[in-house]
Design a protein around this ligand. Sequence first.
Ligand SMILES: Nc1ncnc2c1ncn2[C@@H]1O[C@H](COP(=O)(O)OP(=O)(O)O)[C@@H](O)[C@H]1O
Ligand SMILES: [Mg+2]
Length: 353
Amino acid sequence: MITRDQVMERLATVMDPELHMPITDLGMVESVQVDGGRVQVGVKLTVAGCPLSTRIESDVTKAVSVLPEVTEVGVDLGVMTPEEREALAARLHPRRESVITAKDSKVRVVICGSGKGGVGKSTVTVNVAAALQSKGHAVGVLDADVYGFSVSRMLAARQQPVVLGDGVIVPVDVHDLRVMSMGMLVNEDTPVMWRGPMLHKLLDQFLNDVAWGDIEYLLIDAPPGTGDVAISLSQELPKARVVLVTTPQEAAARVAGRVAQMAAKVGQQVIGIVENMAYFRCPDCGEAHSIFGTGGAKRLARELNVPLLGQVPIDPVLPLGGDLGEPVVWKHPDSETAHVFQEVARAIVETDW
Ligand SMILES: Nc1ncnc2c1ncn2[C@@H]1O[C@H](COP(=O)(O)OP(=O)(O)O)[C@@H](O)[C@H]1O
Ligand SMILES: [Mg+2]
């Protein structure tokens, strides 16, 4: 005879795809009815029309079907009441106790910074995050480049994030990465025309109101340069480490140096430099050609006394993958380009915090 406890034990193995916790812990199991070999499970979703409802339904069915005497599993999907959502939000993420900004936070925050735009900062952020995820780490990605958001597109994360009661935002799950970007809140073609105070408020929400959960790493795609948001980020996250992205050009490296100075002012350590678009490997002769010059990144690394973590080649796969939401690290993990990002991820893991 199948018992309710047996069914609950099986349901405890079903994880909510976005909240990364067992549905039993989230109060999502509303009812369990056993009638001979037939098991009927009532599941409450956090919001109506939850895009992941079919996945939850099939995961529940699979999990319960494992019990030997079960012949049939039915799932009734319901929706939490506003009060239940509030309670869940309070439990998941007690307000003002951000896992990121708390003094004793265990989350390793890595800010990807650059002097100029267009040097590949977002590409590096997304691919290094993907490399950390592939190594089994729990990783969040925050697109803090509010005006120039692009992480949502690079990861094909266009759905709106779920907002639980009390303004707690659930990051969007992409292949186990927990992603938050302005691009998920506004239409991709809408220009963001906000002044300082609004930017601060948004950043504050991203850091404090998003239920990042039990992530080990948070990779932040910072806006280029030393503007408003970049300053706030450095001030709010003094324990964060910085990875600087630059092209080989002297001019680009020089502006990146200014970002390093800003980090130093608040005591953030620079883990190292990533030189992007370092060379182009000719597909015919196999030789590496320097297109954008050489030396800038090396010089900057020497000046800052930090390692050059990697040299990313110019690779047409990167813009293509960026448009399709397929980071090269996931799509072509054995390529020369992916290896560089994997090396950068390794350097981050080996960093003492
Ligand atoms: N190594 C590279 N090879 C080829 N294209 C690249 C490379 N790095 C970045 N790109 C492309 O250059 C553009 C700018 O990169 P992006 O990561 O958005 O820069 P940033 O975030 O610094 O503004 C994107 O279209 C991206 O796909
Ligand atoms: Mg960018």
